[in-house]
Every structure is written in structure tokens, then in C-alpha cells.
Ligand binder design. Sequence first.
Ligand code: ASP
Length: 434
Amino acid sequence: MSNKERKISLTKRVILGMLIGIATGFLIRTFLSDIAFVSDYIVHGFFDVGGKIFIASLKMLVVPLIFVSLVCGTSSLKDISTLGRLGGKTVAFYLVTTAIAITLAIVMGNIFAPGVGVDLTAATTFASQEAPSLGSVIINMFPTNPINSMAEGNTLQIIVFAILFGIAISASGKAGERIASVFSDLNEVIMKLVVMLMNLAPYGVFFLMAKLFTTIGLDAIANLLSYFLVLSGTLLLHGFVTYGILFKVFTGLNPLIFLKKMETAITFAFSTASSNATIPVTLETATKHLGVKNKIAAFTVPLGATINMDGTAIMQGVATVFIAQAFNIDLTMGDYAMVIMTATLASIGTAGVPGVGLIMLAMVLNQVGLPVEGIAMIIGVDRLLDMIRTAVNITGDCVVTCIVAKSEGELDLNVFNDPNAGSTDEELHLHHLK
Ligand code: ASP
């Protein structure tokens, strides 16, 4: 690599990859969409393969990373009561931020009324699902077979097993110390794998965006413009204002520094539309760039990717109001309270993958007796919104991660205030392999 290339930071390269990908997609759809070769071999061939391999390699790291980093984090806690306090605080913040998000969405939906006068022609049908009971959500967190949980990628079950395993390590004296040092080395190696992958991200992100923007249906946006604008406006409002205030009030630190450091993770979340696939990058951002100690981030980040989806909750709030308005159904205060509760609970235990928000929306609509077919109306514009809300989802995870870390005295301010923190870690040195 020449010196000149080296000067462009990874974040900039990833953002550049995304922008060039979006531009390429638009150029192809405008000028080359009729050429079969371009569509078959470039868009559905080259771009598709590149993008899918990129997503697969991100997902490949998620399970080993969650398990190993969390075992490391838990086994290094000095006493077990820390864990209870940490868990309580984190879950409380996650639930409260989700409830704020959905309330904001309902208020915005009522002020701007995007669904009033909308033409109700549903293009497709949508199968509904029942909301899981709180009891079954809690029971489901406990694995009967941890290997099976890992094979299925069930984040909550992996978290529970890793915590118990970590506690046992710290209680096992000399044997525990030996195992803990193996896990600590393993953690280094897996983080190195994350870095290797992040170095390929500019290309991966390019492939994903180029394919998506060549094929995505954008006509639907014109028909649903008011829904699209109210929803994306609320997402941005929450992302900048609510988080900015929460961050400032609870950490006393500058939210702008925080947002700047989130750029790479936000770009990943936006391009993949999956908080789960973004976990490796979120964790790296929280520890190396924001200065949160691994023992906190290893717990809060995977947990957040699973139970904290503020962006998704906002979509559900706006969509519920939109559908009610479009079908001319009045919602009572009680209905809104029910929406807030169901959406907050439904988000627990639902993995952060593309499009899952719509499945959860079906549960919310069912709960207040709104027609689930309403989802068919908004499905056409959902992909782009999914990308924006996933970026909000992981930003929320990191806000809470920093708040909890600061309150525990586990946020390294030298790292937080250093604009270049973590960037040297992102450089790969593979000379010894030559
Ligand atoms: N794609 C979102 C995420 O992974 C979930 C959703 O809203 O569909 O966080």
C-alpha cells in the first residue's frame, strides 16, 4: 500500500465504498437496466456474490465473538454483584429508550398525520403472528443445549450461557485463571479477524449498495412520501436529539465526539440492515474508539443488538398511526399504551436481522385490532427505512453502553477524547505471512 492510500482512514474508505455503490446502482438502473448481460452477470452475479459473501463473513464472527468476549468480560469482574447491577441498569436503559422512541413516533405520527387520505390499495398480503407472552420470552432465554443455541445463533441464550461460564471461571481458582487467559488470547485473535474483515468492508459495502440501488423499487416512495418523510424525520430526530440529550445528561461528555466515532458502525448498519451482523463492528467501535472496557461492552452490545431496537420501535409507532389513519380507525389512549408496551416487549428476543421489524409490527397491530394487511401498504418502502432504523438501533446500543460504562467508571476518557483512537488497530500487518 502506498503512503498516500494509507492516509485515507478506514471509515472514509467504507463511506466512500457506500457512496460509490449507491451512485453505481443509480447509474446502472438509469442507463444500463435493459442490458441482460449487466443485469445477469454484474448485478445479480458479481455484486450479488460479493455482497452475500461479505454478509456471511460478518455473521460468521458473531457467535464466537459474543461468546468469547462475554466470557472474558464476566470472568474479569471482581465480584458477582457487579453483574446484577450492570444487568439491571442496562436493561432498564434499553427499555426506557425504546419506550421514549415509540412515544416520540406516536406523537409525530399524530402531528403530521401521514395516513390521512391515503389510497388503500394493498399490493400483497401479510401473514400475522401472535405476540409472545412475557413468560415465554423469559423462559426462552435459558438454553437447554448451549451448542444448539450457538448453532442457531440465539443471542440471548448464548449471553446467558457465557455469563454463567464466566462466573464459574472466576470462581475456579488456578484452573479458572488458566482458562481465563486462554479466553483472553482467543478474544485477541477473534478481534483480529474482525479487523481483517473490516479492511474488506469498503468493497463489501460497495457490492451491497450497488446491487440494492440497482434493484430496489423506488416508485413506492413517491406514493408513500408522507409516511417515508415522517418516519425518517423521527428516526433522525431520535438519533440526533434524544440520544444527544441522553448522552450529555448521563455522561457529561460531548455527543458530537460520540457521533463522529460511530461513523463506521453506522455505515455498516446502514448497508447490512442488520444489527446482528454489525455486532463485530459495534463492539470494536465501543471498545477501541469510544473507550468502553470490554467487560461492559461485551455484555451490553450483543444484548442491545437483540433487545434494544429504538429505530424499529419508531417505525412501529409511525406505522401503527399511519395504518389507523389510512383505515379511518380511531385509537384510544389505552390503545397507544398497549402499542408502547407490546412493541417494547416484542423487541426483546427478536434478533436484529433485516425486515424483522415488520413481523413485530404485525404483532403490535394484532394487539390493538388494526388490520395486519396494512403492512402490505408500507412493505414497498421498507428496505430503505430498515437501513436507517438499523443505524439508529445500533447507535442506541452504543449510547446506553457509554452511559453504563461511565457510571461504572469503565469508560476510558483518554480513548474517548482521542480522535485517532483505534485507527492504528485497524491497520493489518500480515508481513510475517509472506
Ligand atoms: N433490521 C433491523 C435490525 O437489524 C430490525 C428491523 O427493524 O427490521 O436492527
